[in-house]
Structure formats: structure tokens, C-alpha cells
Design a protein around this ligand. Structure first.
Ligand SMILES: C[S@@+](CC[C@H](N)C(=O)[O-])C[C@H]1O[C@@H](n2cnc3c(N)ncnc32)[C@H](O)[C@@H]1O
Length: 206
């Protein structure tokens, strides 16, 4: 899936109840981290802000990053309508562009599988965290490739093995590495299929 695909999907994104329900589970799970009103945070692959808008009231500031301007436009519109003043949307590709702002919390929902070089991205997240800062990543547990339509583009991973991601975080000297299954997506294929979603959290050394 390209940013054009997400630009086209943006206006209808929040109308799918399955997505809204998942985002609620993810934001509730991230909210169990010790968030505080002085935290400067970043969401990677924010989409229309389903997760970020729920968390922003518990944080000092949230920079929401996405490569789809269409998604960011919807997010911006929602922040205006809801009079949210601590979110800054930013169209940026973290792996290709200069971005050096440091954060106390970085989180991401259902975007990791769209990024080819997982190791480079996790290293980038680690670099962008302040000492003691938290990372929270939600995505699909490794699946058989049936989650997305067969012609979908930009799907680089069929979910993830948690042990692989935990190993990458350990390589980056992240600590307090924990995971939990926070939700299961049900989809009707030939038979009903279940796709568990994890939240993986870790902390940068102090
Ligand atoms: C499946 S959507 C998830 C959106 C949102 N996080 C949610 O849970 O509703 C994936 C998002 O990642 C964004 N994305 C894809 N590649 C990206 C990249 N390299 N950098 C930043 N965002 C990216 C897409 O534009 C899209 O908004």
C-alpha cells in the first residue's frame, strides 16, 4: 500500500467499526504505561489519529507522523473540531528524512508491517527516545498472509514473531521488554479466521 492508497482511504478510514474497536484496545493498552503530562511523545504512522487523539489528553505534546497527507488532513480536521491543541501533525518518512526531535514516548499502531526494514526502524526509534523513554508497538502476530487482500501493495510483513522483535529491541539495549495480546481481529474468509494483535513495550536505559 502506498501513501496514495492511504490518501484515498482517509475519508472513510474511521467508518470501519473494526478499526475503531482495535484502536480503542490499543490506546487503552498503551495508557497502562506510566504516562504523564510532561511527556513529549511521537506516534509513527498515525493515520487519522484514532489512537493518538485518545492518548493526547494524558500527554504534554504529541507529534503525529505519517507519509499520507490525506490521513494527516483528516487528523488535523479532527483536532480542530475537538479543540485539541497539543497535537502537531507531520508528513515525514523517518527512514529517509532528517528528524532529530527526542521523545519520552514513541508509539505506533498497525504500521510496522508496512515498513520493509524493521531493524532500521527500531534502531531509529531507540535513537529518538530520551533516556528512560518508552516505546509501544502494536501490530499483527505472524499470520499466513491472508489478513490483507492478495493484491494489496506495501505489505512487507505478514505480522511478526514476537521473539524476533524482542531480539531487535535487546540489540538496541532497550530494557523492560514486554508483550501481551491485546485484541483478536475476526475476519470471514472461507472459514472464520482469527488474527491476534500484540502490544510490545520497552524502555530505553536511563
Ligand atoms: C494500517 S494504517 C494504521 C493507521 C493508524 N495507526 C490506525 O491504527 O488507525 C498504516 C499507516 O501507516 C502509514 N505509513 C505507511 N508507511 C509509512 C512510513 N514509512 N512512515 C510513516 N507512516 C507510514 C500509512 O500512511 C497509514 O496511515
Amino acid at each position: 500500500m502506498t501513501s496514495k492508497h492511504f490518501d484515498n482511504a482517509a475519508a472513510e478510514w474511521d467508518k470501519k467499526s473494526r478499526r475503531v474497536a482495535l484502536a480503542e484496545k490499543i490506546s487503552n493498552a498503551i495508557a497502562r504505561l506510566p504516562l504523564s503530562y510532561d511527556m513529549d511523545s511521537m506516534e509513527f504512522g498515525c493515520g487519522t489519529g484514532l489512537v493518538g487523539i485518545a492518548l493526547a489528553p494524558s500527554l504534554h505534546h504529541l507529534t503525529t507522523i505519517d507519509t499520507s497527507q490525506g490521513m494527516l488532513d483528516i487528523l488535523q480536521q479532527k483536532t480542530v473540531e475537538q479543540e485539541i491543541s497539543n497535537i502537531t501533525p507531520l508528513c515525514c518518512d523517518l527512514l529517509k528524512e532528517d528528524y532529530a526531535q527526542k521523545h519520552d514516548l514513541i508509539f505506533s499502531s498497525m504500521t510496522l508491517h508496512h515498513i520493509q526494514d524493521t531493524a532500521a526502524l527500531l534502531q531509529r526509534f531507540t535513537e529518538l527516545l530520551n533516556p528512560g523513554g518508552y516505546l509501544a508497538l502494536a501490530d499483527l502476530v505472524e499470520e499466513d498472509g491472508s489478513f490483507h487482500d492478495p493484491d494489496a501493495k506495501g505489505i512487507h510483513h505478514k505480522g511478526f514473531e514476537l521473539s524476533y522483535l524482542k531480539g531487535l529491541l535487546a540489540d538496541n539495549k532497550m530494557t523492560e521488554i514486554k508483550s501481551e495480546i491485546i485484541h483478536t481481529i475476526f475476519k470471514s474468509k472461507e472459514t472464520e479466521k482469527k488474527y491476534p494483535v500484540f502490544l510490545l513495550t520497552a524502555r530505553k536505559t536511563q
